[in-house]
Design a protein around this ligand. Structure first.
Ligand SMILES: Nc1ncnc2c1ncn2[C@@H]1O[C@H](COP(=O)(O)OP(=O)(O)OP(=O)(O)O)[C@@H](O)[C@H]1O
Length: 973
């Protein structure tokens, strides 16, 4: 097709860009520019006499740019950008109407007095507006220049409000591509319209579409590859979408039976929302709420606050997958909307601003990419246009075959540039084949000098387990860094504390003592452990084992050592073991235990590195498979250190999105150090202030709340057709569960009770029953209990509790009876203390020297975690009606019993239209119990509806007028 290749006819009243006739395609290029004038050289001046040399003082760069950190300067700059974006918008829009008329004014601005030129200019924003629009639209990028506006606005917004879900570089890269690409496309369109057979008026009126840059580029491309330009542009668009949004999968089919459950890909934000819906997790109660903690971003050297629970995307994060649903199945589809609760959904903002059209990437090669689609895409980016839809051919034979596609994560270039930012860590969801306890032992210590980085290792470990790049809960806190070993004390390599002489002497005494009783030994072998040395003896044939056992005390006496324990026979070995405490104990540092291959590379869900066994092997066990743990030990024998080791192990290996602790500390001081990680790892009742529970009443409520959470989780599992948390979470991660139906990613919950005896004394059955219930049932849904007590007596560790805690740990106890209570066997009374412990899992009894973690180490660990960006608040457990605020009181409600603040409370509730106990607490400054009682009285009076778990009660009275009527009708108290 022959085309008129000039952008504008020379005789046109409208001058071309640069005031030159537009080049004609295929015409030879104009001659090279005239040679430049030689530079004028100034006559050299005579040099002034040299001043005495002073040491050269370079100004500090830091100081020179310190004004960038001045908040006043930032605000000045930010508002400048915001207003500039408004200015540009008006100037650009005005250009659409006045641009042609203004061209001559702008072109002649150098020769006309400014005042006159300004008066002649038709642009709504005067001469400057006209010049800007002319430069950016007409000479620059055509209508695509509008893409500059969101960049300028975003820059201002981010600086002023210190919040934004995406980085500046991300927006910049996207807008730049859109601008150039669209401009070239438009240029090609204009070229086509300039064909001789095309309407010249139309061509002339539309030439602003491409701008000079787009036109010149299109001209160049057209001369090189002709209409292949369209193909090239399509290819560039696809490449950009693929790389920028990290598209890796184009799933065209999905089995029909999964359609019903098909979840629209939730972003991390949506996930919070889902959690909120399901559990009352308040992470995202206010979609615009930002996290308390600030993150520094280096945008222009300014502090930029990152917004709330919105996950900062990274290249590795697939953000959304919109199933393409057939028309007859709209119900399960969760469109990405730009309204309401999903308003701060980054994807909704970035990719599918309007969302009635499901976002589907399928069979890109067969999908024609129209300019409209392109514009739609760019519009979506700027949240101003229709959604970008590249759809598979409609003639899909299956009625409902949703096309699961991944729309790639917007790339945060700033993130990538930030070398400190760790790559998001994927969740680990591995299959647990059997419920049996997994115990791993190893001596495989990593090179201590290397100082293994847990974060890096956890990343490697997890990323391997990640199926293909799916919903990732860790992107709630994408910059979360796992604690490093540097936080822990380095006590150097362990040294053997037992001398050869000591070994020989003990051996001789054992042989001699047994000889006194007529027991001869065929062989004896010693294994040195950190606390005790195990002497394995093989007695002569015919010696009865019970005889050796009965001589335990005698052997201990003759060895003059405390804590002799005889294992007869050692299971699976056919030998008899005699454990003799070492004269000098070796302290097992937690660092040396964590810095081992087995702990670092473990595939366990909740790995705990307890310490070292008698054979010096690292002892790692999986709490998820225990599934609960009972700990006992007399005072001062290492229980608290043991608990800290457990908590530290889990903190080193899990991301805050994967694990939550409920900490109960009746002693009030043992666990208070963990308060710092409240917004990362702790869960609590919505009404409570302190995340660590010290009050017995609150313990009862918390246990009941956990039971509610357990029931809910079971309901969700049932609904999802899953047998355990792992299966469920995997399904959720694969986006096969619909968050609209209440499904959410469920973290493990570990309940730690530091002193059960105290609770049993004060609350008895009230704590026993929920503990037993949880212990019986909670395993499958990821709630695990760790219960410690000083007094392992039968009225504390009752039969029902004991029966449900197959895994037990005993530090040294004072009597054999206590040892039997906790372990069902003696031995714990023989331990040597200071972390010497027996671990019992069913029939196995393993002696372990518990690792030692000092309080300053725990402090540093908690600081490290706590100082990072966290959730807005602790993980919320379901709200329960308290002891005094339970539903039971509504039956015996009496007007005479009515609280004096009843009417006031009713007004607060009706005014706010929110039936929540915490609202009353806050507004009327009441305690939880009284507010709970009031809520019940309000329910009885028909002002609020019944208790609905974590949701606020329904308010049944619509306005204050109706309330006054109702209050008047109530019998007076
Ligand atoms: N694993 C260990 N290695 C070395 N020393 C330890 C270990 N565990 C405990 N100790 C020593 O024992 C002391 C008491 O330990 P811890 O505070 O854990 O006892 P406890 O059983 O919690 O006591 P209580 O029940 O009275 O709180 C510690 O201060 C420490 O010196």
């Amino acid at each position: 097709m022959a085309k008129n290749n000039t952008y504008k006819q020379p005789d046109s009243p409208i001058p071309s860009r640069n005031n030159e006739p537009r080049p004609v395609r295929n015409q030879p290029k104009p001659a090279a520019e005239a040679p430049r004038e030689p530079r004028r050289t100034e006559p050299k001046t005579t040099k002034a006499p040299k001043a005495p040399r002073r040491p050269l003082k370079l100004p500090s760069l830091r100081g020179a740019f310190s004004f960038l950190r001045d908040r006043r300067f930032q605000l000045f700059l930010g508002f400048f950008f915001l207003l500039a974006s408004i200015y540009l918008t008006i100037a650009f829009v005005s250009f659409l109407f006045t641009g042609h008329a203004d061209q001559s004014v702008v072109e002649s601005v150098s020769s006309t007095p400014v005042k006159e030129a300004g008066q002649e200019s038709g642009n709504w924003l005067g001469l400057i507006g006209a010049m800007l629009a002319q430069a950016l639209i007409y000479k620059g990028f055509g209508v695509a220049a509008f893409a500059v506006i969101p960049v300028v606005f975003f820059l201002g917004y981010k600086i002023v409000f210190r919040r934004a879900d995406v980085s500046i570089s991300y927006v910049l890269a996207l807008c730049l591509f859109v601008m150039v690409w669209l401009s070239v496309l438009m240029g090609y369109l204009v070229l086509t319209l300039e064909a001789p057979d095309a309407d010249p008026i139309l061509a002339h009126n539309l030439d602003f579409l491409s701008g000079g840059v787009g036109y010149e580029a299109a001209l160049w491309l057209d001369s090189l590859i002709g209409w292949g330009t369209v193909l090239l542009l399509a290819f560039l668009l696809i490449s950009f979408v693929v790389f920028f949004f990290n598209v890796t999968t184009l799933n065209l089919r999905r089995s029909a039976d999964e359609d019903d459950d098909l979840a629209p890909a939730p972003t991390s934000n949506e996930k919070d929302l889902y959690e909120h819906a399901g559990l009352g997790v308040n992470h995202n109660a206010n979609p615009t709420a930002s996290l308390d903690q600030e993150e520094e971003d280096d945008a222009m050297g300014m502090t930029v606050r990152r917004v709330g629970p919105v996950a900062q995307p990274s290249r590795s994060q697939p953000v959304v997958s919109k199933p393409s649903l057939s028309e007859d199945e709209p119900s399960d589809q969760l469109p990405i909307t730009n309204n309401g609760s999903v308003a701060n959904n980054q994807v909704a903002n970035n990719i599918a601003a309007s969302a009635s059209v499901p976002l589907t990437v399928a069979s890109a090669a067969s999908a024609p990419l129209s300019a409209a689609a392109t514009m739609a895409a760019t519009g979506a980016v700027a949240s101003t246009g229709p959604s970008f839809s590249i759809e598979a051919p409609a003639a899909e034979p299956e009625p409902v075959a949703p096309v699961a596609s991944r729309i790639p994560t917007p790339l945060s270039l700033a993130d990538l540039a930030d070398s400190n930012a760790p790559a998001p860590v994927a969740s680990v969801l591995r299959e647990v084949p059997t419920p049996a306890l997994e115990i791993e032992t190893t001596t495989d210590e990593l090179d201590p000098s290397a100082g293994a980085d847990m974060a890096a290792i956890a990343e490697d470990d997890d990323s391997e387990a990640m199926p293909t790049v799916n919903y990732d809960p860790t992107l709630d806190l994408p910059r979360y860094q796992y604690p490093t070993l540097e936080l822990l004390n380095d006590y150097g390599a362990a040294k053997a504390q037992v001398s050869k002489e000591e070994l020989e002497a003990n051996k001789d005494r054992i042989v001699e003592t047994l000889g006194h009783y007529g027991i001869n030994i065929a062989s004896i072998k010693a294994t040195i452990g950190p606390t005790v040395t195990l002497y394995e003896i093989v007695p002569d044939a015919g010696v009865r084992i019970s005889k050796i056992k009965s001589l335990e005390d005698d052997i201990a006496l003759s060895l003059a050592a405390l804590g002799i324990r005889i294992i007869a026979p050692i299971p699976g070995k056919g030998t008899i073991g005699i454990e003799v405490p070492n004269t000098k104990k070796e302290m097992v540092s937690i660092r040396s235990v964590f810095n081992t291959d087995k702990f670092v590379n473990t595939e366990m869900d909740l790995p705990i590195a307890f310490g070292r066994t008698i054979t010096n092997e690292v002892f790692v066990a999986d709490l998820a498979k225990m599934p609960h743990l009972l700990m006992a030990g007399a005072t001062g024998q290492g229980k608290s250190v043991g608990l800290n080791v457990i908590l530290a192990s889990l903190l080193y290996k899990r991301h805050p999105s994967q694990l939550k602790f409920v900490l109960v500390d009746p002693k009030k001081v043992e666990l208070s150090i963990f308060n710092k990680i409240e917004r990362h790892f702790l869960a609590k009742l919505p009404d409570t202030e302190e995340a660590i529970i010290t009050d017995t009443k609150k313990v009862v409520n918390t246990l009941n709340s956990l039971c509610m959470e357990m029931d809910r989780r079971y309901d969700l599992l049932k609904d999802a057709g899953c047998r355990n948390l792992k299966e469920y979470n995997r399904k959720f991660v694969e986006r096969r569960l619909n968050p609209k139906k209440g499904h959410r990613f469920m973290p493990f919950i570990v309940l730690v009770i530091d002193e059960l005896a105290d609770l049993m004394m004060t609350a008895g059955k009230e704590v026993e029953t929920p503990i037993a219930r949880l212990a019986q049932l909670a395993r499958a849904i990821g709630i695990h209990l760790i219960v410690a007590t000083q007094r392992p007596s039968v009225n504390v560790i009752t039969g029902i509790i004991k029966a449900n805690f197959p895994c037990r740990i005993s530090f040294k106890v004072t009597s054999k009876i206590d040892s039997r209570t906790i372990l069902d066997t003696g031995g714990a009374d023989q331990l040597v203390g200071q972390g010497d412990m027996l671990f019992s899992a069913g029939s196995d009894l393993i002696r372990v020297q518990c690792a030692f973690i000092d309080t300053p180490e725990v402090d540093r660990l908690c600081d490290f975690v706590g100082e990072q960006q966290g959730y807005p608040e602790a993980y919320a457990l379901p709200e329960v009606a308290g002891e005094d605020g339970g539903n039971s009181s509504s039956e015996d409600f009496d007007a005479a019993d009515r609280d004096s603040m009843f009417e006031e409370a009713a007004r607060v509730i009706v005014t706010h239209q929110q039936g929540s106990t915490s609202l009353l607490q806050r507004r009327l400054k009441l305690g939880y119990n009284r507010a709970g009682r009031l809520i019940d009285q309000l329910e009885h009076a028909g002002i609020v509806g019944p208790f609905e778990g974590s949701k606020a009660r329904e308010v049944l009275i619509p306005d204050e007028y109706s309330l006054e009527q109702l209050l008047n009708s109530l019998p007076k108290s």
